[in-house]
Design a binder for this molecule. Structure first.
Ligand code: C5P
Length: 320
C-alpha cells in the first residue's frame, strides 16, 4: 500500500489573460502548495481494470464522478497495466474551494500508479486531460503557471503561514469563467499587466525582510464578490486584518498571509467569531516532487509532512 498526501494550493495573484479557441482561458498566476492536504491510500489488486474508491472526511463522490477515480481509470486505460486498484481518500480540502483539492488528488493518484507500474511516460498529457490544474500538482512546488495551466516555471517564494476563510458558497469554475467572458473586455481581460503583475510578485516583492506583497489581485474577485455576499464579507473581514490577502482560484476560499504561526492563530481566532469555516496552513516549498517519487519512492519527507523511509526490498510502500 502507498499512503500519500495531496496538498492544496493557493493562487498568489491570478490574471485571466484571454479566451482561447479551445474554450479555455490563458492565465498567469503564482501557485503555491500549502500544508492543508487530503490523504490517499492506494493498494494494487489483481483485478485488472477494477477501481474501488472509498471516501471519508468531507463529503465527496465515491464513483467515477470523483476525479481521483477518473485519474486511476485514465492511467489504466492509457498504459493497459495488468492491475486494478483500491483507493481510500480522506478529504480535508474544502471543495469547491479554488484550492485545487480534486486536481491534487488526481495528480497524487497518477504519481502513485506510475510508481507502482514503472510507467512514467505520458503523465503530463494524462494530467492535462483530467484538468487544467493537475499538471501543477505532479511537480508540486511554487510555480508561475501560464497557458491553460500546463506551462510551469518553478518560482522562489519565501515561506508563509496562511489563514483560509471559506465562505461556503458553491462556485463552479466554468460559471466563473463565463461571468468574466460576459463582462466588457476593458474591465477584466485586457487589464492584466497593470492590475495583476504576477511577475512582480516573484521578482521584486518577496525578498526576505520586505513585507509580503499587497497586490495579490485575482481577476475573479470583483465579479464574484458582487454576486456572492459571503465572498464579499470574507474579503472585508480579511482586509480588516492585513493587506496581504487574496482569493484563491475561482473561490470561494480566501486567504491571508502571515510570517508566523502565532499571527495566523490569532487571526483564525478573530475570524472564528464570525465565520464557521476557518483553516490554517503553511507554505510547502519543496520543488520537484515527481523526480523525488521516481527516484526515492514515497519514503522521504517530500512535502514537509512527517514520513519514514520505506523498505526498499518491498514492492508495497507505506508512507506515514
Ligand atoms: O480544466 P478544468 O476541467 O479544471 O476546467 C474547468 C472549466 O473551467 C473549463 O471547462 C473551462 O470552462 C474553465 N477553464 C478555463 N480556462 C482555464 C481553466 C479552466 O476557461 N485555464
Amino acid at each position: 500500500m502507498i499512503t500519500l498526501k495531496a496538498p492544496a494550493k493557493i493562487n498568489l495573484g491570478l490574471s485571466i489573460l484571454d479566451s482561447r479557441p479551445d474554450g479555455y482561458h490563458n492565465i498567469r498566476s503564482l501557485f503555491c502548495p500549502i500544508s492543508l492536504a487530503d490523504t490517499l491510500r492506494l493498494s494494487p489488486t489483481a483485478n485488472k481494470g477494477l477501481i474501488r474508491l472509498e471516501c471519508s472526511g468531507m463529503r465527496s463522490p465515491e464513483g467515477p464522478e470523483n476525479i481521483a477515480f477518473r485519474a486511476a481509470a485514465l492511467f489504466l486505460e492509457a498504459t493497459g497495466a495488468d492491475m486494478g486498484v483500491d483507493i481510500s481518500l480522506h478529504k480535508a480540502i474544502p471543495s469547491p474551494g479554488g484550492l485545487g483539492g480534486g486536481s491534487s488528488d488526481a495528480a497524487a493518484v497518477l504519481l502513485a500508479m506510475a510508481f507502482l507500474t514503472g510507467e512514467w511516460a505520458g503523465l503530463d498529457e494524462l494530467a492535462l486531460q483530467l484538468g487544467s490544474d493537475v499538471p501543477f500538482f505532479l511537480e508540486d512546488g511554487p510555480a508561475l503557471v501560464e497557458g491553460r495551466g500546463e506551462i510551469l516555471t518553478p518560482a522562489a517564494v519565501p515561506g508563509f503561514h496562511a489563514v483560509l476563510l471559506d465562505s461556503g458558497e458553491a462556485v463552479a469554475t466554468p460559471w466563473a469563467y463565463r461571468l468574466l467572458d460576459l463582462e466588457p473586455r476593458s474591465s477584466a481581460l485586457t487589464n492584466t499587466g497593470v492590475s495583476c503583475d504576477v511577475s512582480g510578485l516573484i521578482t521584486a516583492k518577496w525578498h526576505e525582510g520586505k513585507p509580503y506583497p499587497t497586490n495579490l489581485r485575482n481577476d475573479f474577485l470583483p465579479f464574484l464578490s458582487s454576486r456572492l455576499p459571503g465572498i464579499g464579507k470574507a474579503a472585508e473581514a480579511l482586509s480588516g486584518l492585513t493587506d496581504n490577502w487574496g482569493l484563491s482560484g475561482s473561490g470561494p476560499v480566501l486567504y491571508a498571509l502571515f510570517r508566523t504561526a502565532r499571527e495566523t492563530e490569532t487571526a483564525a481566532k478573530v475570524l472564528g467569531e464570525s465565520f464557521t469555516r476557518v483553516y490554517t496552513a503553511e507554505s510547502l516549498l519543496t520543488l520537484g516532487r515527481r523526480q523525488m517519487v521516481k527516484t526515492q519512492g514515497f519514503g522521504p519527507c517530500i512535502w514537509g509532512f512527517e514520513s519514514s523511509r520505506p523498505s526498499q526490498s518491498s514492492v508495497h510502500r507505506e508512507r506515514i
